[in-house]
Design a protein around this ligand. Structure first.
Ligand SMILES: [Zn+2]
Length: 137
């Protein structure tokens, strides 16, 4: 995954547990990690310790491609206190090619991409941590 340097601090620090530390370490290594269920193969995002499909706790960490398509988008003009300095900003619902749907920031100004357009996830490197977002592929 591409890494984009963003000056300044994260608007809100993500909270990582001993379980989600694998996800954070993946971002540091340029990888987008999540969990997959061993018995049924269900992929989940965010990463989970139990499968929502078959309730197994046999979950494995897997790397996703970070490629997919834009399902929907919106522009946020009124945000929670922590994000007020970022408004307006874009948010997209993306479908990754492995079948995972997630919500993330969308970096596509000044030309807004349309639904079903190809996207790729990127890593945003702030002074104090990492986030991910989607941009046109
Ligand atoms: Zn399962």
């Amino acid at each position: 995954m591409d890494i984009i340097k963003v000056p300044g601090r994260l608007p809100l620090l993500p909270e990582y547990s001993s379980f989600t530390e694998t996800f954070r370490q993946g971002l540091e290594a340029g990888k987008f990690m999540t969990t997959a269920c061993s018995p049924c193969g269900e992929l989940t995002f965010p990463p989970k310790q139990h499968c929502p499909n078959c309730w197994s706790d046999e979950m494995n960490w897997v790397e996703l491609s970070g490629h997919g398509t834009l399902y929907a988008r919106t522009t946020i003009h009124a945000a929670a206190t922590q994000f007020r300095e970022q408004v307006p900003f874009n948010v997209g619902i993306v479908d990754l090619e492995e079948g995972v749907r997630l919500v993330t920031g969308l970096i596509d100004e000044p030309v807004k991409i349309k639904n079903d357009a190809a996207i790729m996830l990127v890593i945003l490197s702030y002074d104090d941590g990492l986030l991910f977002a989607a941009k046109p592929a």
